[in-house]
Design a protein. Structure first.
Length: 1052
């Protein structure tokens, strides 16, 4: 079958390849065209986006510039008003300065006159009054104060003027910024218009491309329809393949089921492989612990064998009692029907009570173990707290082992199915036994009535605990939480449960029917015991050593009680497990039907397993927290141990009294149980052999499945190769379509060129025909009219000669004007050189040097320089005006030359028509002459343009030089003003520093010398000997002001 399938697949592949080759080419060509158009559209979108961004940025810049213009325009008015006010203030201060200068001159003149009068009086030997001297002193002080105040006002005015100049400069800068912003705004508006035009063009192009794209989309839709038809054929072929594969799958359902089980195991192994690789070191530790657990299990199996022997003995005694009760049953059959309903309800209640009792006993045993371990670990509590974290890790590993055991138990469920059938037969036998024992139940009504009350109270709690244990099997996390809650709840109820246990143990002899059920559930009881022991070990790994020692001590005392309670529990659990097994059988049947559909679900299960691993990690963290809580509870349990020890001692005393009587009976029961255990071991060996055979069959089936999978993988690879080939062919079709479209475009362009060439050829032929007709017409009809045309051409020739003469005269005038402009430029250069030379000389003049003293001619030189600068400015303005006038004239003449060029072009056209219309040699010679003249005039025009450009450049250079000279003059003015200020200050300081010479003081001591005058270096010294005081007066002579300052007075 596989070979036939391969052959059919190869044939189908060939057909598909042949059909899809042509489609692939077309699709490839269309895809290429589509890609190119999409690329163009993307590029245009990008350009549009960039243009829009630039537009937004330009609009923002425009808004900012407008805001700046508005902000700059607002303070202009205020600044202008301030400038006007400041100018008025400067004018007022200058007027005051002039007034003070005049007053100072008058005061100086008065002082000189007063000094002359004083000299005359001294010569006439008339002494001055002290009142006059004091008046003079007062006037001098007042004058000094006025001078100081006025100097301060002048300084303030100068500073204010400097500020005004700064403000004016700032205003100029703001105006320039305004102009620049206005220019920028104009540029932006121009750019905005250009961008809008470009955007409009791009939008139009985009619309065109969209139309083209729509056309191509229509073509693509047509091709896609063709592809859909081909795909429908392909689907039909694939449907045939699928039908064949479905037949293969139907033939191999059993194999698929086994494959799925193998895949489940593999997935489990893969998920656990990583964990096992990580936990190899931890497994070594647990192997040691497993050996110890095996030893304990072997010991407990021995105890179980003993219990089985006892059960067998109990069965024998029960059979004897059944024979005794058969006679009684004949008399009580009438009452049996009325009590059957009660019995069934009692059985259900007993089962629930037995489950509750078993769970409570297990919990009691766990509490006892915890109490005993707490007693032993009081001294080692601190050490155990440190080891809790290590034990948590071990708990995690044990949980993983428990999960592995659960998976193994799922495999063992299949083995238990057969046992379920056997147990069903045994239940039928048990029903017959129950009918025989109804008489015994009637006798036990009184005892059962007392027990019913306790059972009803315990039934609700048993239901809760049952749900609790079901949740415990699903998740370990819930199990630990519920156990902790159960421990807290059961601490107060331990005594009540123990009393109920004693009462039920006394009545256990009456419940012989349950013993038969226990015999039927032997194997199940062993498995349940092992599970319970594993769970107990998981919870108490940290206290194993203490448990062993205490178990050896307490095993002798509590073994019988626990065994009887466990037997009851095992009976009830056997019933439960029967129901569970029946449910599992149904689920297994459903599972066998659904295994074919679980292949896809397995992939989802993998993801769920990964999530479960994460949840396990979270649960591990939660368990760490719980262990911390357990440490706290251990401390609490240590406190409760004291109270529990008292109760345990009392219970032990009661148990010892009861156990001594029950030991003998239990030993007999254990012997019977051991015999049954041997038979069960033989059955177990047979089951193991059957299981091994099944494993071998599974291995064989796995090998077959692997072979089939490899064949399927090969087929899938072939299909993938075929798909790749189809994809390649589709790409080739796209390429071919693109090439076809490009060739179509090329052919269209060639056709258009051909059409153009054809039209041009037809036009030329038409022109030739028209020329030929004209020539024939001229040769036949227009020969006499040629003379008139010759005369007209002569007149046109004369007109052209006149026009050429006029143009020659204009050119001569322009050349003369250019020569005149050159001479003017040379003159301007000479004047600029002369001015530069004068500036250099002025810079080197001693009057402008900073070290020189002021002279009376400084103000005249400044005035002369100002006049020269004003003259130069006037000359420059005149030159600019003349330059503008001349440039306008040149523009007019250039326009005239352009008009002449237009006329020249017209003449050329006329000459061309003349050549076509006539073939005379005279016209050709005239045309040659005219062309030569026109060429000459063109050369002259070019020369005039070059000269005009050179003159413009020279004019620009002269402007730059003039601006530099103006800047230098301003700098020189500033330097001269600074030098004058520094000289004034230096002379003022020199006058303050003058003092009398010690050599001249001896002449003043003579009282006969009443007046002594001496002049040196512009200073005047006046000595008044009769008053024993000397007033030293400094005179500073300048072209503007004169100061009279009393500098020093000294006693002689």
């Amino acid at each position: 079958t596989e070979q036939l399938l391969r052959q059919e697949k190869e044939q189908l592949d060939q057909l598909i390849l042949e059909k899809e080759a042509i489609q692939q080419r077309e699709i490839n060509s269309i895809a290429e065209q589509k890609g190119e158009l999409e690329a163009r559209l993307s590029e245009q979108k990008i350009t549009l986006d960039t243009l829009q961004e630039e537009k937004s940025t330009l609009l923002e810049e425009n808004d900012l510039l407008q805001k700046q213009l508005d902000a700059a325009r607002e303070p202009d008015s205020d600044q202008l008003e301030e400038v006007a006010m400041l100018k008025q203030r400067i004018a007022f201060l200058q007027e005051e300065q002039d007034r003070l200068a005049t007053e100072q001159d008058t005061n100086h003149y008065r002082i000189e006159t007063n000094g002359d009068e004083a000299q005359k009086q001294n010569h006439s030997e008339k002494p001055l009054d002290p009142s006059q001297i004091e008046d003079l002193r007062r006037k001098c002080s007042e004058l000094e104060e006025l001078v100081s105040t006025k100097e301060d006002e002048l300084k303030a005015a100068k500073e204010h003027s400097n500020q005004l100049t700064k403000i004016e400069q700032e205003l100029l800068a703001t105006k320039e910024q305004k102009q620049q912003s206005d220019e920028r705004a104009d540029q932006l508006t121009v750019e905005m218009t250009d961008l809008k035009n470009e955007i409009n063009t791009l939008l139009q192009a985009r619309q065109q491309f969209e139309h083209e794209v729509n056309d191509f989309k229509g073509k693509i839709a047509d091709l896609e329809a063709a592809l859909a038809d081909n795909e429908a054929e392909k689907r039909k072929l694939v449907g045939k393949v699928q039908t064949l594969e479905g037949e293969i799958e139907e033939s191999s359902k059993f194999r698929d089921q086994l494959e799925q089980e193998v895949q489940e195991t593999k997935s489990a192994l893969e998920s656990l492989g990583q964990e096992l690789n990580e936990n190899n070191e931890k497994l070594e530790r647990f192997e040691k612990q497993n050996d110890e657990y095996k030893q304990e299990l072997s010991e407990k199996t021995e105890t179980v064998d003993e219990l089985r022997q006892k059960l067998e003995e109990i069965k024998k005694s029960a059979e004897r009692r059944v024979q005794d009760t058969k006679a009684e049953l004949s008399a009580q059959e009438d009452a049996r029907e009325a009590l059957e309903e009660q019995v069934t309800s009692m059985v259900s209640q007993l089962e629930q009570s037995a489950q509750r009792v078993s769970s409570l006993e297990n919990q009691i045993s766990e509490l006892k173990l915890e109490m005993e371990t707490a007693e032993l670990n009081r001294s080692a509590a601190e050490r155990l707290r440190e080891d809790v974290e290590q034990e948590l890790n071990e708990v995690k590993e044990s949980l993983e082992e428990a999960k592995v055991d659960c998976r193994e138990k799922e495999m063992e469920i299949e083995d238990l199915k057969r046992e379920c059938q056997r147990l069903q037969q045994e239940t039928a036998d048990a029903k017959l036994d129950l009918q025989n024992e109804r008489e015994r139940w009637e006798q036990s009504k009184a005892a059962v009535g007392e027990v019913e009350v306790a059972k009803q109270t315990l039934a609700e709690e048993l239901v809760q605990l049952r749900d609790y244990y079901d949740g415990q099997l699903k998740t370990e996390k819930e199990r630990y939480n519920e156990l902790q809650q159960a421990k807290d709840q059961l601490e107060g109820k331990v005594q009540e449960y123990e009393t109920t246990l004693q009462a039920e143990q006394d009545r256990s002899e009456e419940l012989t029917t349950e013993v038969k059920i226990l015999g039927q559930a032997k194997l199940e009881l062993e498995e349940s015991i092992r599970e319970l022991e594993a769970k107990i070990h998981e919870l108490s790994q940290s206290h194993e050593e203490a448990l062993r020692t205490e178990q050896e001590k307490s095993a002798k005392l509590t073994a019988t009680l626990e065994e009887l309670a466990q037997i009851k529990l095992d009976l009830e659990e056997s019933n439960r497990e029967r129901e569970n097994l029946t449910q599992k059988l149904e689920t297994v049947q459903d599972r066998t039907e659904k295994l074919t559909s679980t292949v896809q679900e397995l992939e989802q299960d993998k993801q769920k397993l990964e999530e479960s691993v994460r949840e396990r990690e979270a649960s591990v963290k939660a368990e760490k927290d719980r262990c911390n809580e357990l440490q706290v509870r251990i401390d609490e349990l240590e406190q409760t141990n004291l109270s529990l020890e008292v109760q345990v001692n009392a219970l032990r005393e009661n148990h010892e009294s009861n156990l001594s009587t029950e030991k003998r009976e239990l030993e007999q029961q254990l012997r019977s149980v051991l015999e049954k255990h041997k038979s069960l071991q033989e059955e177990h060996a047979n089951l193991v052999e059957a299981n091994q055979q099944l494993d071998q069959e599974k291995v064989q089936l796995n090998a077959k499945l692997i072979n089939q999978r490899s064949a399927l993988v090969i087929v899938e690879k072939k299909l993938e190769a075929v798909k790749q080939q189809l994809d390649d062919k589709y790409l080739e079709l796209d390429d071919m379509k693109r090439k076809y479209s490009s060739k179509v475009t090329e052919v269209g362009a060639i056709k258009a060129e051909k059409d153009q060439i054809a039209t041009e050829m037809s036009q030329k032929l038409n022109e030739f025909e028209s020329y030929r007709k004209e020539l024939t017409h001229l040769s036949q009809t227009q020969v006499p009219s040629m003379q008139s045309t010759i005369q007209q051409l002569g007149v046109q020739k004369k007109e052209l000669e006149q026009k050429l003469q006029v143009s020659a005269e204009k050119l001569s005038r322009k050349t003369s004007e250019f020569h005149y402009l050159e001479e003017l430029c040379a003159r301007e250069k000479a004047t600029n050189e002369r001015l530069a030379h004068q500036l250099e000389e002025a810079k080197l003049s001693p009057a402008l040097q900073p070290d020189g003293r002021p002279s009376l001619g400084d103000g005249k030189v400044a005035q002369a320089l100002r006049k020269e600068n004003e003259d130069l400015l006037k000359q420059l303005n005149e030159l600019q005006k003349t330059h503008l006038f001349k440039t306008k004239q040149l523009q007019d003449r250039i326009d005239e030359l352009k008009i002449v060029e237009m006329e020249y072009g017209k003449l050329k056209d006329e000459m061309a028509t003349m050549r076509h219309n006539s073939s005379f040699q005279e016209k050709e010679t005239e045309i040659v002459e005219l062309t030569q003249k026109i060429y000459h005039y063109e050369q002259v025009y070019e020369e005039t343009n070059t000269k005009h450009r050179s003159l413009q450049r020279q004019n620009d250079e002269l402007r730059v030089r003039h601006q530099n000279l103006v800047m230098e003059m301003d700098d020189l003015r500033r330097i001269a003003d600074k030098d004058r200020k520094s000289r004034r200050q230096s002379t003022h300081d020199d006058r303050r520093g003058v003092h009398f010479n010690t050599r001249d003081s001896a002449t003043m001591t003579d009282p006969s010398c009443k007046f002594l005058s001496r002049c040196f270096q512009g200073f005047l010294v006046v000595a008044l000997a009769d008053r024993c005081t000397v007033v030293l007066i400094c005179t500073v002579i300048n072209h503007n002001t004169m100061h009279f300052i009393p500098i020093q007075s000294c006693s002689v």
